[in-house]
Write a protein that binds this ligand. Structure first.
Ligand code: DAH
Length: 368
């Protein structure tokens, strides 16, 4: 900048002040007009408005201090007007943006490829689990959950597996260590199925109950192509007056059609579970061959998918200890339980259960 230092002022009449301020204003306008780029904007600001060496600071130091008392008011007004002008010039200059050179230095090459961000997606097991729950939610079922570390009572005894009963051997159980001093019913284990949440739900509320229970379960099974020591189930429980086996058949037939398409057929085979009587295994027509017979269905045309049955009166008797309304003379109900991995494997044609847990993005990204 070429502005010289602020001169001393000797005359303080209005005409002299007008002239002196007009000169300064002209200098400010000239240097503002010459501003080029953001560095020059900052230099202009420092030169005029800088707290210590700024020209306006000098004006107030030299002129205001030297002015006789009667001239101070007018001088103050003119000073403020000049200051406002300079601030306006500064604002204009900064709004003008960086110079072409500065722009060129900051420019980005929009032809370069961008950085791709991976968005998360539902795991195929979670997706299948939510889909199953959604089918029943649409029928008015609520969702219940329970603990994964469960007591012997809820996992077995209340589900009508008495202590020592051979049915317990069908679910190879992982138990929590050092529980021997507790009574058997209080000993902790990793739940082997979601069925104990049937009892936990009934103890908390009288009938009617319509509930689905999604969750993780654990068994001391060796891992192979179709088994994993940790897997997922969706349990269902419906209790009300006059619930019949045909309600169970209609509900599950609808659910299988909703999950596998309207051409899926179901059939019910006699089976055994301690907590249902009668019990059944549900088979669906093979979704791979349409029922004609293929390797997947071992030429039978049918694939076994889940267990179900009418709630055993012995189970209601345990519930009635806390909620007397579970009186098997007055109410009845059905229950079912399905493996989520098994259904996901069928829906997506996955032949190794371990793929769901391996964390391999090449596998998982197919389900996005
Ligand atoms: N809890 C059984 C299991 O894990 C599955 C099951 C079968 C659940 C029949 C039920 C049912 O509610 O009625 O093997």
């Amino acid at each position: 900048m070429t502005n010289e230092a602020i001169p001393n002022l000797t005359a303080f009449d209005e005409a002299s002040l007008d002239k002196a301020f007009a000169q300064l204003e002209q200098q400010a306008r000239d240097s503002a007009a010459a501003i080029d780029g953001s560095e020059a904007v900052e230099a202009f600001r420092l030169e005029w408005l800088g707290r210590k060496q700024g020209r306006l600071n000098d004006v107030s130091g030299k002129w205001l201090k030297a002015a006789p008392a009667e001239a101070k008011k007018l001088l103050g007004q003119k000073f403020n007007a000049l200051k406002a002008t300079v601030e306006g010039l500064l604002e204009q200059a900064s709004g003008a943006g960086p110079s072409d050179a500065a722009l060129a230095a900051e420019a980005i090459d929009i032809t370069l490829p961008g950085t791709k961000r991976l968005t998360g997606a539902e795991h195929p097991i979670t997706k299948t689990l939510n889909e199953i729950v959604g089918v029943f939610a649409a029928l008015g079922y609520l969702v219940g959950v329970g603990p994964e570390v469960e007591t012997d009572f809820y996992n077995f005894e209340s589900m009508n597996f008495p202590p020592g009963h051979p049915a317990r051997d069908t679910q190879d159980t992982l138990v929590v260590a050092n529980q021997e001093r507790r009574p058997l019913r209080d000993r902790l284990l990793l739940r082997t199925h979601t069925s104990p949440v049937q009892m936990r739900t009934m103890e908390k509320q009288p009938p009617p109950v319509r509930i689905v229970i999604p969750g993780k379960v654990h068994r001391n099974d060796a891992a192979d192509a179709t088994h994993s020591p940790i897997f997922h189930q969706v349990e269902g429980l419906c209790v009300d007056a006059n619930i019949t086996f045909s309600d169970l058949k209609g509900t599950l037939d609808h659910a299988m059609k909703a999950l596998f398409g309207s051409s899926a057929k179901t059939r019910f085979f006699p089976s055994f579970f301690p907590f249902t009587e009668p019990s059944a295994d549900v088979q669906i027509s093979c979704i791979f061959c349409g029922g004609k017979g293929c390797r997947k269905c071992k030429q039978s045309g049918w694939i076994e998918l889940l267990g179900c049955g009418m709630v055993d009166p012995a189970v209601f008797a345990f519930a009635a200890e806390k909620q007397p309304a579970y009186d098997p003379k007055k109410i009845s109900g059905f229950a079912f339980g399905m493996g989520v991995e098994r259904i996901a494997m069928m829906k997506y044609g996955v032949s190794e259960i371990g793929q769901f847990y391996a964390g391999d993005m090449r596998f998982l990204s197919q389900f996005v």
